[in-house]
Write a protein that binds this ligand. Structure first.
Ligand code: FES
Length: 178
């Protein structure tokens, strides 16, 4: 009897704090199994998110194949040199500005600031695209940020002149502007 009691005792140095569990039916979850499970879960997560990451990356860097509508912005006679008109493109929620920089030169940009999306406006005195929220400035020739917190250019709208009017026909991708 005393022998039996002694044989069920686990020496202190081997005690892994699970000696009171019936080991024959126990699923062993030691450190190695736990690590295997975690690595498997991480792998599964990585594989399951891969298509979305690839899609997002493709969307950011590949040339756009999106078909844009053709939208009449204004008749040339309606815009004086140095002035700007507001419009929306390609959807009614994408506000934009068309600036007549010179007699024969027009530039148009979506005017949601690339910092925190405040509406950028055309300062005709300074001849600059300004964001009033944090004093952001953009170059009207390129859309590139000149001052303030914005780091990315304003998305440029592709223009077409036809029959005395100016039309929006597309939006340049970010990498096409760099
Ligand atoms: S939102 Fe335009 S500078 Fe901050």
């Amino acid at each position: 009897m005393e022998n039996n009691e002694n044989s069920s005792k686990i020496p202190l140095k081997d005690d892994n704090y699970t000696h009171n569990i019936n080991r024959s039916n126990e699923r062993c979850l030691d450190r190695r199994s736990f690590m295997k499970t975690m690595v498997g879960a991480a792998g599964l997560f990585a594989v399951s998110t891969l298509p979305w990451g690839a899609l997002a990356a493709k969307e950011l860097v590949s040339p756009s194949k999106q078909a844009y509508p053709k939208h009449k912005i204004a008749n040339l006679s309606e815009i004086k040199v140095g002035e700007a008109v507001e419009f929306a493109y390609p959807s009614e929620h994408d506000t934009a500005l068309l600036v007549r920089v010179k007699e024969q030169e027009f530039k148009a940009y979506q005017n949601a600031c690339t910092h925190l999306r405040c509406p950028v406006f055309w300062d005709r005195e300074e001849k600059e695209l300004l964001c009033p929220c944090h004093h952001g400035k953009f170059d009207v020739a390129t859309g590139q940020p000149l001052a303030g917190p914005p780091r990315r250019p304003l998305p440029e709208i592709v223009l077409q002149e036809k029959d005395g009017a100016v039309y929006a026909v597309g939006v340049k991708r970010y990498e096409e502007q760099l």
